[in-house]
Design a protein. Sequence first.
Length: 372
Amino acid sequence: MGGGPLSSRDPRLKGKALEDLVEEWGRLRGFVTYRNIRVRGLSGALHEIDVLLDTSEGPIVVEVKNLNKKVDKEVVMKAANVAEDIGARGAIVVSAKGFTRDAERVARALRVELLSLDTILEHVEIASMPGDALYLEARLSPEEAVGYASKKLAKRRLLFLREEEPRLEECILHPLYYTSMRLRMGGSRFRDLNVAASAVYGLPLVLSGGVARIAGREVSHFPPEALRLYKEIAGETVSKAEVEGRIGAAGWRRIYNLLKSAGLIDTVSKRPLVVRVKNVLPRLEEYEGFSDLLIAPTSRNPNRGCRREEPRVSPGSVSSFLEALLDGRVIKHTFIYMPIYRLRMNARDGTYRIIMLSAWLREPIQLIMPLD
């Protein structure tokens, strides 16, 4: 998600600039890089390599293609052959426009890594982020978390016989962007809103019914124009003819396929085609509800004994998604780690489920987040 808007406006994409970006990406990962280097292989052939990464485990050949079309299998095969001939430990192909299905199949067979421009941009932006971060202080002890889960969340039979036994698995420091936004509310009206977005999943967190959850996953892959239309018709009953009249037949097919694949439409009638569009967009108060929980004591030092997760999604990607989702402008990001207790609820029949509790609140809340 979010990579498209980043890549479309980045100034580093013309000519050989993609090679510059790949070289920067390699250096940020701690590799020694060589640009447009010639290496003679075991066969005696001389190979010109776009970028060669010198790693502790051996060199990696990187083939960079800044084309206006998808890279095909021949490029993948060439990179694999060059890597084998010079005794490299592997090969990577970077493409500005993606890869054909044949290229992906050949890459899997030859163990060549394929990277998109958006992925490279994401890695560079994350690696270039300032190192300082704020850490929410853990105010709930592990023992208190287990006690809360046992008393409040364990399944019971006959109201008193506990069917589950909680056990603490680990404490996690989950990275967040605490984002200040200004939303357009129509006319000359604006509204300031604070949104907390996961730097692992790139999605905002909301609070509803005393439970915090990741929101927007169903529409995170929508292009901006499709997301804007979805916001207009979410929760409505619309006809095919009505939508086609606004965005044309091709536009209808695109939005219909997106909504169908995301499970966001129910058919009301087939002739004429009328559908009910499900609304999965949180209310603004639900964004505020979670961001308000983060107004808590912070430190520059991480909580001891907690495993720190690293960000996977850059602030630029999060900004692009939030701005399209909420029709506003991101003003500032603050990088925060929130401590979470991960508990395993062991049932009597040998099964279990995982729950996560906030560790920075004296009265914990449950967090519903994807399990990796």
